[in-house]
Design a protein around this ligand. Structure first.
Ligand code: ZN
Length: 132
């Protein structure tokens, strides 16, 4: 596994894009809405790993709920894997809990699944696999 990206929950993607463009000295390479998750994302290349900014599109979005509880900040760590189904099997055997049973389509051309933070020391962990 390698750290594929770090997800950061933000209140206003436009304002945060300006901030991160200044911080990183580059523009985001992709803006993408994932309707099913109720989020709009913005991605930055930062060497080996990326930064993903996430803004809620509605009050039911997991990002809206996160910001209500914890305010803006680091939302998840995403690890890139070769075969997401094998990794789910392996990690379930190791006793990890998942938020959903099946991987689904995420942003940035990925299949994604999330581990429940109660089984990972309070950190929301995403596994992602590049779609063929
Ligand atoms: Zn992510």
């Amino acid at each position: 596994m390698k750290l594929e990206h770090i997800g950061i929950a933000v209140k206003n993607l436009g304002a945060s894009d300006l901030l991160f463009e200044k911080l990183l000295g580059k523009k985001s390479y992709k803006n993408e809405t994932v309707e099913r998750e109720g989020v709009t994302t913005s991605f930055y290349n930062t060497g080996e790993s990326k930064i993903e900014l996430l803004e809620a599109d509605n009050s039911e979005s997991p990002i809206a709920k996160f910001i209500d509880k914890k305010n803006e900040g680091i939302h998840h760590l995403a690890f890139g894997v070769e075969n997401i189904l094998d990794e789910i099997k392996r990690l379930k055997k190791e006793g990890f809990q998942f938020i959903s049973e099946e991987p689904k389509e995420g942003a940035d051309n990925k299949l994604v699944v999330f581990l429940h933070p109660k089984s990972t020391n309070g950190v929301l962990v995403e596994l992602c696999q590049e779609k063929a």
